[in-house]
Design a protein around this ligand. Structure first.
Ligand code: PLP
Length: 395
């Protein structure tokens, strides 16, 4: 075997999205691109804001000497300052450039943070349903994950269950709001309760427990829903995020991490994280993108477009009898599977050329995920197929 048995097992465990993607490619080859309704991938359907194109053009027309060279591993000071200014508008205390590191996407920010804080055997709590990469990212740095379910029916935080899972090896909890795959936003009261519980547990255990707030969808909330700032509620918090979704730049790998200025030993954490950004081989976030996003911190993609897509699918599927929480942000729906076996249900939808990901792929069997970041024509054209699916699934 050219690969370790561990990686072989991981590939199998993470295979749902890939399996569905491959099935989609097969169906598209047989039936034609427009005849397959592929809701498997979280790849933005919108284009970056016009301001991004303008900034890119201006930079290309006026190249600056040295603009493609190495810089400080944490990123350009002006980009870090721009991010800090943006965060200071929502944080309880001013965030400074010294609290920000530019990274290769949210995935890069998560890996840098985990490498900085984990000792071998440390535990990281993840909340089901979860973004499956968390399991592999934690493993990258010698940690293990402990899964805690969110509350049945609402997918909100179950603080008592999180508390019960905390032990002497717990080092961090990863939260993700607005959430992939459920679309829920954690309200301020719940984050406050989490912060209070963690203060108590840290005193009891004599150990720092971090909250990693994974927020790539923070600026994609609907009806002006508030996405509370984690720094207002949790002291030892680190925001890990990117412009993959809010500026629709996932292929450009640009994101950042930001530590709560009120965090214990914050400058030591930052020193460690800058070192880890370097030794993980990222070295620094892409220079060109850093220059561009510095001026785009208050920009975002057209949220009305995603909201219209959410509304049409949510209303149609609910009318057909599917049960789901109405997403407050992000671009995913996570309905209950009408068949007990979510894999069997995903196969049933395939028969109607509709591709979805079984909930098992997110640690929550009995559900399925629809990524509605697809063209509106795809959504509209899929509606008759959903009617047949509902009928075949006995709704
Ligand atoms: N976290 C969540 C919850 C995500 O859904 C994603 C991407 O889909 C990421 C992190 C990774 O984002 P990035 O592309 O910025 O690495």
């Amino acid at each position: 075997m050219a690969i370790s048995s561990k990686i072989s097992g991981f590939i199998e465990r993470a295979s749902w999205i890939r399996k569905m993607f491959e099935e989609g490619a097969r169906l598209k080859a047989v039936h034609g691109e427009n005849q397959v309704f592929d809701f498997t991938l979280g790849n933005p359907s919108t284009e970056p804001p016009e301001a991004f194109n303008q900034a890119l053009l201006a930079l290309a027309q006026h190249p600056q000497p040295g603009m493609h060279r190495y810089m400080n591993n944490a990123g350009y000071p002006e980009t870090r300052e721009a991010v800090a200014r943006h965060l200071s508008r929502i944080a309880p205390t001013p965030v400074e450039a010294a609290h920000v590191i530019m990274t290769c996407g949210a995935g890069g920010a998560l890996n840098v943070t985990l490498k900085t804080i984990l000792d071998p055997g440390d535990e990281v709590i993840i909340l089901a349903p979860y973004f499956v990469e968390y399991i592999f990212y934690v493993d990258n740095h010698g940690g293990t994950t402990r899964t805690v379910n969110t509350r049945e029916g609402s997918f909100q935080l179950d603080i008592d269950a999180i508390e019960a899972a905390i032990g002497p090896k717990t080092r961090a909890i990863i939260v993700n709001s607005p959430n992939n795959p459920t679309g829920v936003i954690y309200p301020a009261e719940d984050l406050q309760a989490l912060g209070i519980m963690l203060e108590r547990k840290q005193r009891e255990l004599g150990r720092t427990i971090f909250v990693l707030s994974d927020e790539p969808y923070a600026r994609l909330s609907y009806d002006d829903a508030d996405v509370p700032c984690i720094f207002s509620h949790v002291r030892n918090a680190i925001i890990v995020t990117s412009h993959s979704k809010d500026l629709a730049l996932p292929g450009e790998r640009i994101g950042y991490l930001a530590a709560n200025p009120a965090m214990e030993e914050v400058s030591q954490f930052m020193e460690g994280a800058i070192f880890c950004n370097r030794v993980l081989g990222f070295v620094n976030a892409p220079a060109l993108m850093q220059r561009l996003v510095a001026g785009l911190q208050e920009e975002r993609v057209d949220i009305a477009d995603y909201q219209a897509k959410r509304d049409i699918l949510y209303e149609h599927l609910t009318a057909l009898g599917f049960k789901m929480v109405k997403p407050e942000g992000g671009f995913y729906l996570f309905p209950r599977s009408p068949l007990e076996d979510d894999v069997a249900f995903a196969r049933l939808t395939q028969g109607h050329r509709v591709l979805v990901v079984p909930g098992q792929g997110f640690g929550s069997p009995g559900y399925f995920r629809i990524a509605y970041c697809v063209p509106m024509e795809t959504i509209k054209a899929s509606l008759p197929a959903w009617e047949k699916i509902a009928r075949d699934a006995g709704l």
